[in-house]
Design a protein around this ligand. Structure first.
Ligand code: TYM
Length: 348
């Protein structure tokens, strides 16, 4: 894999970092946009995957629920195919370098940059004055997550694009402000490259094809949870909003049909097929025929993850041991990088 933007300047190893928040239940968007791709990358590069509990508390979390959500995301990481020996799996609060580097980045990032973040505007809603300071500074913590490991590649869904651009701006400004003062350190941090590829970078709500599938939507029927029972999976797909037309035989025919496009995209991503390939099979079919096929595919793909995650959740000590081991390996990479950062900034 090439790292086009900074191939010539940044000399360090290629490394993947990404994270998922332990808030609410994981859904199909999290799987197709992120976790499924984490699993593939594990075969190609050094991979570090975090359960971002420090990010979670930027909005209120019940402590007991947070505790179990951290284990649940870890269980799903493993159930979906991440191997804790091959990838480093840990929760963010166990590695203090994240919070320390985030503070330094809070002093590098500009108010104007953070003011432009659409996710803050969406999450804070009308009552901005009442949002936590952490929610505003959320993107600097994200930059710290990535850059504490000098990660070069970051697989995420489409909704994280703006945050990743900000991480690159922070890396660039840090390199200019501090790296340029010391010969050889001008490219101290890589400019991390977002990996927003894949067949489903933006899975949409099952009830409204113009909105992304999201943990925060008040209706459960808008999203497929990875923990859904077979019956719930089938019911949600059966009740998904569609239009009255039959399916087209090529993907060009999905234009202006967002709900149809979403269901075909989900089918293709779950089956590792292209949309055109799926439509060559279902072109001309009504949704009454397509939806049961999609439900069968979703159950066949997702039920084993759910069952495996349940099994893992029954042994919480083992999950805790995996997180502890991952945190120790994460610290071994991040601590020396943080020590260099502190030195560059001028701390004794
Ligand atoms: P989070 O927890 O909201 O989502 C986890 C991942 O799932 C992706 N995603 C989607 N992909 C496709 N379609 C959707 N409807 C959909 N909904 C969510 C997200 O893009 C994400 O990749 N800020 C991040 C967590 C984070 C992080 C990081 C990511 C913290 N530090 C450093 C990368 C690098 C977040 O809130 O993800």
């Amino acid at each position: 894999m090439t790292n086009q933007n900074n191939k010539t300047e940044y000399q360090g190893p290629e490394r993947v970092f990404s994270g998922v928040q332990p808030t609410g239940q994981l859904h199909l968007g999290n799987y197709l946009g992120a976790i499924k791709r984490f699993v593939h990358l594990q075969e190609e590069m050094e991979t570090i995957y975090c359960v971002v509990d420090l990010h979670a508390i930027t909005t209120w979390q019940d402590p007991k629920e947070l505790h179990s959500a951290i284990r649940e995301v870890t269980a799903f990481y493993i159930a979906c195919g991440l191997d804790p020996k091959r990838s480093i799996l840990f929760n963010q609060s166990k590695v203090s370098a994240h919070a320390e580097l985030a503070w330094i980045f809070n002093c590098v990032a500009r108010m104007g940059w953070l003011n432009r973040m659409t996710q803050f505007k969406d999450k804070a809603g009308k009552n901005r004055e009442n949002a936590s300071v952490g929610l505003f500074a959320y993107p600097s913590l994200m930059a710290a997550d990535i850059l504490a490991y000098k990660a070069t590649h970051v697989p995420v869904g489409d909704d994280q694009k703006q945050h990743l651009e900000l991480s690159r701006d922070i890396a660039q400004k840090f390199n200019n402000d501090f790296g340029s003062l010391r010969p050889g350190a001008e490219h101290f941090f890589p400019l991390p490259e977002p990996l927003i590829a894949g067949p489903a970078p933006r899975v949409m709500s099952l009830r409204d094809g113009s909105k992304k599938m999201s943990k925060s939507d008040p209706s459960d029927m808008t999203r497929i949870h990875l923990s859904d029972s077979d019956d719930d999976l089938a019911k949600k797909i059966r009740k998904a909003r569609t239009d009255p037309e039959a399916l087209p035989s090529e993907s060009a025919g999905l234009k202006d049909r967002p709900e149809a496009e979403n269901l075909v995209t989900i089918f293709a991503a779950l089956a590792d097929r292209t949309k055109d390939d799926v439509l060559s099979e279902f072109g001309g079919a009504q949704f009454s025929a397509f939806k049961p096929a999609l439900a069968d595919l979703a159950v066949a793909t997702l039920a084993p993850f759910r069952d495996k995650a349940e099994e893992l959740m029954a042994a919480p000590d083992e999950i805790d041991r995996i997180l502890e081991d991952g945190a120790a390996r994460a610290r071994a990479i991040a601590d020396p990088i943080l020590a260099e950062v502190k030195d560059l900034v001028g701390f004794i």
